[in-house]
Design a binder for this molecule. Sequence first.
Ligand code: GTP
Ligand code: ZN
Length: 206
Amino acid sequence: MNSSHKTDLADFAARPSREEAEAAVRTLIRWAGDDPMREGLLDTPSRVVRSYEEFFAGYKDEPSQILARTFSEVEGYDEMIVLTDIRFESHCEHHMVPIIGKAHIAYMPAHRVVGISKLARLVEVYAKRLQIQEKMTAQIADTLNEILQPNGVAVVIEASHQCMTTRGVHKPGVAMVTSRMLGAFRENLSTREEFLAMISRTSAVG
Ligand SMILES: Nc1nc2c(ncn2[C@@H]2O[C@H](COP(=O)(O)OP(=O)(O)OP(=O)(O)O)[C@@H](O)[C@H]2O)c(=O)[nH]1
Ligand SMILES: [Zn+2]
């Protein structure tokens, strides 16, 4: 197994306790100017910590394991396999606010195919971490490429960053688009265009 698939946060032993995490939320509530001991806020620290367990669930999963089960009886199928509009929710590593978008993934199998749900699961694992969009795009493409060793991989992600829409520069409606093309999708213009045509019928970030 390639070490590059290890989680960024490998040192789980260094994680603070739930109580410490809840205390940190109480500190932030006080920092915001409110009283964490008033009735409406009493349970908020435990709710926030539970929310973080959901938002950042991707650190406990090993992405390469998701692609471990493959199928080889595909009658020589070697055309592209495309999964479009995989909705995801992530959090930007600069402000820890949501990134909401869609991923489009294609690959051209060499020998083996993977269950299609696993492509969506791969997006989930990387989305449920602190991210920047470029890194997430590259991680999804590189993991597929390394584990399946297909003839090509394409990943396009379009997303809205709440750190741009609800704060800072305040530009609602802006979408960021990133892509990573490998193998046939990088080398062969018509292959890339076929993929881009397949995903272009989909709407902008929803
Ligand atoms: N390249 C890239 N930038 C991102 C992503 N998510 C957020 N950012 C940007 O990260 C940058 C962080 O810039 P800083 O100047 O350090 O932070 P800041 O003072 O909060 O910046 P503003 O957002 O402009 O107020 C901002 O420009 C964000 O828009 C991402 O996925 N990729
Ligand atoms: Zn941000």
